[in-house]
Each structure stands twice: as structure tokens, then as C-alpha cells.
Design a protein. Structure first.
Length: 373
């Protein structure tokens, strides 16, 4: 189908010009309305979970969080139909978001302009965390194997080809790379827990070769070094606004999951850690992001304890730079990971278990306009 708009000629009389414009507008509208029947994706709109302002799903736990909540912004569901959503990343120059659907072995693409939600890559080697490097190229934690490929960190080049950045350490294959963060010096930091190695749902059963660890890929040489080997089930990670602190989630800490804070030295090594957050009351931390004021926005859910009330836990928890809980965003599903995006960087995208959610907030990612954003 071809939609053609005939603009009025400069010599037309004003009334003729007006009629011509109205006619063209009506033809265009009719053409857009008919696209769905011809196989084009229909325009979609975000679905607010509640109709009230302020949104009761956005809770102020401490008055300091009030400035981050926008009075007339709702938690919205953008798309659904995934089995376990993870690792969202915003691609601002394309105005779309990518998110991993691990069990379905694919990366999904949500388009901000059209609202469409389609497959971006399949198979994805059961991808998990996604990010962009300083040049805007897609970085992917491939959490498991497909046809003997995977369990690695890759970069997608502008022509679509895949470059392997790291797939082993000291001659041993990685377990299941999970999440990653990019620093201003171009280095890429990623976690390697065993989460996707013990089942055929999120990947393939394998015998792990390496202990749980966090690694750093040098931005200039590409050399891989192990920077943390003392936490069980390393999961989400991110940097503080000044990039002098690395936050890392210990996903299998007992009795409660933890966030550790590590000073980052000039040579890329880490200093002595300190406990920053403890997920008490059966809470479970997952992916984390730091905003421009140093607050941590944390994917949240149940630890799986029989006593846990899942509905009370699912969503996002926000902690100030001192580690105090100041805000909460309730979701009808567990939130595994999240990212900031949108044209102004102030839209929080949340990967729920089956769905993608969003909320406009009054802050942005710590790296907005600086590093890999």
C-alpha cells in the first residue's frame, strides 16, 4: 500500500488549500488505520497499572525520596509475553530498548516510537545482562551455550558481526556471565555466577570450571583480570557517579543477600570492601543501577523463603548513598533488572518476570551523558 500526500500548490486559493490539506490528512489517517490489516505492527500505548495520581505503587519510605517521584507519572506496562526478562539496556540513538528473555533464548526489542515489541536476536546464547560500550556498541553477557557457543561476553559491531571479548580465564571457560557495567576508561566489568549452569530452562547443565567471580576487561589491551573472588553468586553491579566505587550484589549470601561497596583504584584493582546494603525480611536483590545523586535502584523480589510474602516484595527498592531504604516501586511481578533511558534519561525501565514496565522519575543514570549512555 502506498500512502501519498499531495501538498497544495502555492498558487491555490486559501480555501482550496485548506480543503486539500484536510483531504490529505484524512487519507493519511485512513492509511495508517489500515496498516494493521496489511501486516504492519499496530501502534501501541503504555498501559498504566493504576489510574490515580500520585501513583500508589510508588511509595515514599523516607522524605528524601519525594523529590524523585513525579506527581503525575504512573507505573506503566509496555509489553509482556516473556518467560524471564533480564538485563535491559536503552539505545537512545535508535529510541528503543533491548531486554533478554533468557528461557526463550532471545533478545527482545521495544520501540519507543511505535510501541512495537519484537525479536531482536534469536538465538542469543541465553543472553542475560546487556550494556553499551563508550562507542555505543552492544555488549552482551551470553549466559549459556547454543551450538557450542556462548558463556562469554561479546560485542556487536556496527555491521552486525559479533566480536568475542572474553570467553575464558586461565584456560577455563566461564560459568554463565550475568551482568556487566562499563567504566569511563573503557573497561568492562562483569559477574560470572553459576546461575544458568544447573538446568535446561535458562541454558544447559554443565560442570563449572571456575569459582564464582567478578572480572574486568581492560579497555585498551582487552586483557581479562579477576577482581573479586570472595562472594557467592555475584549478580548485579554498577559504579557510583564519580566511578570511584563499584557496587556488587552477592546473590547467594547467607542468611541475606548483600550489596558490597569496593573502592576502585587507579590501576583497576579494588580496595577493601564494606557492606552497603543487606536485603532483610526475605528480600532478594538482583540487578542494580546508580542514579546521578548516588542512590541505588535495585531489582527486588522474594528470596524464596517459605515465610516470604512475595506480593509485598516484588518491585524495585531505592537506597540512598548511605544504604538507607528511601523508596519503593511496587510491581505485580518480581523485578530482575532495570535501567534508565528515554529521551531525557529520566525513564526507569524495569524487567519484570514476564513483562517490561516503565516509570518516569526525577533523576537519571549516574553515567547519563558521560560514559556509555
Amino acid at each position: 500500500m502506498t500512502i501519498k500526500i499531495n501538498a497544495p500548490l502555492a498558487s491555490d486559493e486559501p480555501e482550496n488549500a485548506r480543503r486539500s490539506f484536510l483531504k490529505s490528512s484524512l487519507l493519511f489517517s485512513a492509511g495508517v488505520a489500515s496498516m494493521g490489516s496489511l501486516g504492519f505492527s499496530r501502534l501501541a500505548s503504555a498501559e498504566p497499572l493504576t489510574q490515580r495520581y500520585p501513583d500508589e505503587l510508588v511509595e515514599i519510605l523516607d522524605e528524601s525520596f519525594a523529590k524523585y517521584r513525579l506527581f503525575n507519572a504512573s507505573v506503566e506496562r509496555l509489553a509482556t509475553g516473556m518467560r524471564w526478562a533480564e538485563g535491559p539496556v536503552w539505545v537512545g540513538d535508535g529510541r528503543y530498548l533491548l531486554v533478554s528473555d533468557i528461557p526463550d533464548n532471545r533478545i527482545m526489542r521495544w520501540d519507543e516510537i511505535t510501541g512495537s515489541f519484537d525479536v531482536f536476536r534469536q538465538p542469543s546464547n541465553h543472553s542475560n545482562g546487556l550494556a553499551r560500550d563508550l562507542q555505543g556498541r552492544l555488549l552482551t553477557c551470553e549466559g549459556s551455550t547454543t551450538n557450542d557457543l556462548g558463556r562469554r561476553v561479546t560485542r556487536t559491531e556496527p555491521d552486525g558481526s559479533i566480536t568475542v571479548l572474553a570467553d575464558q580465564f586461565e584456560g577455563k571457560r566461564f560459568n554463565s556471565p550475568n551482568d556487566l557495567a562499563v567504566r569511563g576508561d573503557g573497561s568492562i566489568w562483569f559477574t560470572d555466577p553459576p546461575f544458568q549452569t544447573g538446568n535446561y530452562y535458562e541454558g544447559h547443565k554443565i560442570q563449572t570450571e571456575l569459582a564464582d567471580a567478578v572480572y574486568r576487561i581492560d579497555g585498551e589491551t582487552g586483557a581479562v583480570t579477576r577482581v573479586i573472588d570472595s562472594i557467592s553468586g555475584p549478580n548485579g553491579l554498577c559504579f557510583s557517579p564519580d566511578q570511584k566505587t563499584l557496587y556488587a550484589v552477592e546473590g547467594r549470601a547467607k542468611p541475606n543477600r548483600l550489596v558490597w561497596a569496593y573502592p576502585v583504584n587507579a590501576n583497576g584493582t579494588l580496595g577493601e570492601r564494606r557492606k552497603h546494603i543487606e536485603a532483610s525480611a526475605y528480600g532478594a536483590l538482583d540487578g542494580i543501577k546508580c542514579d546521578e545523586d548516588g542512590n541505588l535502584w535495585c531489582g527486588w523480589g522474594s528470596s524464596g523463603a517459605p515465610e516470604a510474602v512475595t506480593a509485598d516484595l516484588d518491585g524495585v527498592m531505592i537506597f540512598n548513598p548511605a544504604g538507607k531504604a528511601i523508596g519503593k516501586i511496587r510491581l505485580p511481578e518480581r523485578c530482575a533488572n532495570l535501567c534508565f533511558g528515554g529521551a531525557k534519561g529520566n525513564r526507569l525501565f524495569m524487567a519484570g518476570s514476564h513483562s517490561l514496565y516503565a516509570l518516569y522519575v526525577n533523576t537519571r543514570d549516574a553515567s547519563f551523558g558521560k560514559y556509555g549512555s
